[in-house]
Design a binder for this molecule. Structure first.
Ligand SMILES: [Zn+2]
Length: 362
């Protein structure tokens, strides 16, 4: 058997993609083109699980997956990349392991980091398209602006209860996210934990996002440029809403200087079972040694729940649970307030930094 059956593809790869290469719009040339491309999926929750599974198995050459969360049992109803065996692992790690088994012919690059104004440009470095699997507007606005600046097509998507919407943003050409959905405050928006989410709508929106990304990667015109597709499973309606660039858009209008986007060192996210959850973001990315971190946590009296290559989840009495990612992001649940979260994160990571000979805390 020849390792490379046809121009860069092994016989096995040709068979893997055989049902797709016969599609008129794909062919061998399209498959080759896809293999040369790089995509980034930001957020590996409901949308991101489906997006990354589809785009990986279709044969994107390089897939960067970005998320700062841990797999929880309440994810499994709709986040089908994960099983009960990976609860407590960073989503990017569980996803990378699964996606590598799904398609060993592509490169998967897991990044256990928060998307914020300090990390976004590195997250987008060298990618041809970015797909939105986020669940809050604040990081979406950061992503939108960075995509405008770097000229990277951005496939926006969102889903909650039985409704969802998606649009394809081509920098300099189409309406951007802030043209049609600017100024939303996450604190005033419903969350999945409160109002729920139907897996069907998540699958539909994610699949449409992938379809749009594929069109872009294959050099075709996206169907949702300047269109917001609104889907409602209650009424089973799919509505196409025309969009226009807003002259006074603060992101792409160029009429007023962009306000600086603040870096949030501590974020409070949607709580689980009534407990407060804080995320503490490092001011610069760490590369923590998980084995040494495990010793530090054990010496502080924590119980190690799960240790992976890219993160550790640990518990303590009274319902406290924490996770530390390799990048230095801390997720602390069942803790009193922001200050306490910040103090605990610094205490754990500071001690660990000493042991890995990194003297710079901030
Ligand atoms: Zn705009």
């Amino acid at each position: 058997m020849s390792r490379y059956g046809v121009e860069g593809f092994s016989d096995e790869e040709l068979e893997y993609y055989s049902r797709q290469m016969v599609l008129r719009e794909m062919g061998l040339n399209g498959q080759r083109r896809l293999k040369e491309k790089r995509a980034c999926v930001v957020g590996l929750g409901g949308l991101g699980s489906i997006i990354s599974t589809q785009i990986a198995s279709m044969g994107i050459g390089h897939l960067r997956i970005v998320d700062r969360d841990i797999v929880e049992i309440s994810n499994l109803q709709r986040q089908h990349l994960y099983g009960v065996d990976v609860i407590g692992l960073p989503k990017v790690e569980a996803a990378a392991n699964r996606l590598r088994r799904l398609n060993p012919f592509i490169e998967i690059e897991p990044q256990p980091i928060s998307l914020n104004p300090m990390t976004v440009e590195r997250i987008l470095e060298g990618v041809d398209v970015v797909l939105d699997g986020l669940d809050r507007m604040a990081p979406r606005y950061v992503l939108n602006r960075a995509c405008l600046k770097l000229g990277i097509p951005y496939i926006y998507g969102a889903a909650i209860t039985n409704v969802g919407n998606t649009s394809t943003i081509i920098p300099g050409e189409t309406a951007c996210l802030e043209c049609f959905q600017g100024g939303l405050d996450d604190a005033s928006l419903p969350t999945c934990a409160v109002v729920g989410v139907n897996p069907s709508i998540v699958n539909i929106i994610a699949s449409i996002q992938v379809s749009e990304a594929l069109r872009i990667l294959l050099g075709r015109r996206p169907n949702l440029a300047n269109i917001l597709l609104f889907c409602d499973l209650d009424s089973m309606t799919f509505e196409r809403i025309s969009l226009m660039r807003a002259e006074r858009c603060p992101a792409c209008g160029g009429v007023s200087p962009q306000p600086p986007q603040p870096f949030e060192e501590v974020e409070e996210i949607c709580g689980r079972e009534g407990r407060r959850v804080f995320i503490v973001n490092p001011r610069e990315e760490r590369r923590l040694n998980m084995e040494k971190l495990e010793h530090v946590l054990a010496s502080m009296g924590f119980n190690i729940y799960k240790r992976g290559e890219l993160g550790i989840t640990f518990t303590a009495p009274k319902g406290f649970r924490g996770s530390i990612l390799k990048s230095g992001v801390s997720i602390l649940e069942g803790i009193g307030d922001r200050d306490e979260a910040l103090r605990l994160s610094h205490k754990i990571i500071d001690e660990n930094l000493d042991s890995i000979k990194n003297k710079h805390l901030i």
